[in-house]
Design a protein around this ligand. Structure first.
Ligand SMILES: [Zn+2]
Length: 409
């Protein structure tokens, strides 16, 4: 148990230190590179910073609340007593008890996070003039999202606990395999089954935009099967685009807010960036990293459980329901600690996509202006503190993207 306390102490300590530094650098004035002043006024920079501080503070608060709750449930023994109670209620039918316990803890965590989710997703978005969504529609989205989360994490939990009974010492490898299969299926099916639950997608109409996409794709040596326009304006004024899917479901999605508010050469820069992701196989590369990370995480989880709950991990048979808490706690802490690795890999892909996009369009001023306009309209912090960027940015900070484009001259 001493060994277990040592390991958990290190995990929690690392999360708390990173969180404290994150907070510090989020609010400490960051040095602004000279280049930024050419494109943004001090007032614009300040406004974006305040918006980012608000949203990020709420995100961190939600994260820490959930971590605190899980930590307390496990180390106070409350989680174990709740599980015993649920086992008794269910007449010691294991599957039923596990499902009930999972549902209870899932709900508790959702409720604990709700004030933060609602503040950052609805209140703040309205206050800063981004949201075009009514309260009812927001709740509908929230309930749909929660339903999907309950369904998929429920199935995952049952499968994981079933594996602990089936393969008492090798379940972590089986879990890695299940996760890998799920990630492939999800990447393939998300754009066709899940995304349409929240938005309407329509093929981009024949005309200059479509011709431009076909031209760019041709230059990249590939055929782009689907370019869709999403009705993002039903929720937000923010503009964006993304590339999703696998095999036959591959598609480029453009927000209608982008098509409506941005000039053609900037839309071309966006499309070129998404085609570059496609041409360089970025989805497959991310999947491979994700799958490798999944195996490593489950392996580490098994090692940690062997010292944290030796009674369960060494006896064989399915784990008792309350082990769910320590599993979630482990993943919750590790998901934060893995952020720098995950984001640095993602930034690497984004840099590559920006570079290839410039090769495709050859239009440096449009690429620079795109990053300026996106940062301005979406209130991105143009030059965050390097620590904040290192920990949380999936894309390079806007000023770095502008600088990289200018350097291509
Ligand atoms: Zn990208």
């Amino acid at each position: 148990m001493v060994k277990a306390q040592f390991v958990w102490g290190i995990l929690l300590g690392a999360v708390l230190i990173l969180s404290a530094l994150y907070l510090l650098f989020l609010f400490l004035p960051a040095p602004v590179p000279a280049l930024v002043g050419q494109y943004f006024s001090p007032a614009e920079l300040e406004r974006a910073r305040r918006y980012q501080q608000t949203v990020r503070l709420l995100g961190l608060a939600a994260y820490l609340t959930k971590a605190g709750l899980l930590w307390w449930l496990w180390w106070s023994g409350q989680g174990a007593s709740m599980a015993r109670l649920v086992l008794k209620w269910s007449g010691h039918r294991y599957c039923l008890a596990l499902a009930l316990f999972f549902g209870g803890i899932w709900l508790l965590l959702r409720l604990a996070e709700l004030p933060f989710t609602f503040s950052s997703g609805f209140v703040v978005q309205h206050r800063w003039g981004f949201s075009t969504q009514g309260l009812l529609s927001w709740w509908l989205d929230y309930l749909k999202g929660s339903g999907l989360d309950l369904l998929f994490s429920g199935i995952g939990t049952l499968l994981l606990f079933w594996s602990t009974a089936r393969w008492p010492t090798g379940w972590w490898a089986a879990a890695g395999l299940f996760l890998a299969a799920w990630m492939v299926i999800e990447t393939m099916l998300w754009p066709v089954f899940v995304a349409p639950l929240f938005n309407r997608f329509e093929p981009v109409a024949d005309g200059p935009i479509k011709d431009m996409v076909v031209r760019l794709a041709g230059r990249a040596g590939m055929e782009v099967e689907e370019v869709l326009v999403m009705d993002a304006s039903r929720r937000t004024t923010k503009a964006n685009a993304y590339f999703a899917g696998l095999g036959g479901t591959k598609r480029i999605v453009l927000y209608d807010t982008l098509l409506k508010n941005y000039p053609p050469e900037e839309i071309e820069a966006v499309v070129a960036h998404e085609i570059a992701h496609w041409a360089r196989g970025h989805i497959v590369r991310s999947l491979v990293w994700g799958i490798a990370g999944g195996f490593a995480l489950f392996g580490a989880l098994y090692a940690v459980l062997r010292i944290s709950a030796p009674g369960e991990a060494l006896r064989g048979g399915p784990y008792a329901p309350h082990i769910l808490i320590i599993i979630w706690l482990f993943f919750h802490l590790l998901s934060f600690l893995a952020l720098p690795v995950q984001n640095s890999l993602s930034r690497q892909l984004e840099r590559e996509a920006d570079r290839v996009a410039l090769e495709l369009t050859g239009n440096i001023p449009a690429m620079v202006q795109l990053h300026v306009d996106l940062a301005r309209c979406n209130l991105q912090d143009v030059a965050p503190a390097p620590f904040v960027e290192w920990l949380t940015y999936s894309h390079p900070a806007p000023w770095r993207r502008i600088e990289a484009a200018l350097k291509a001259w």
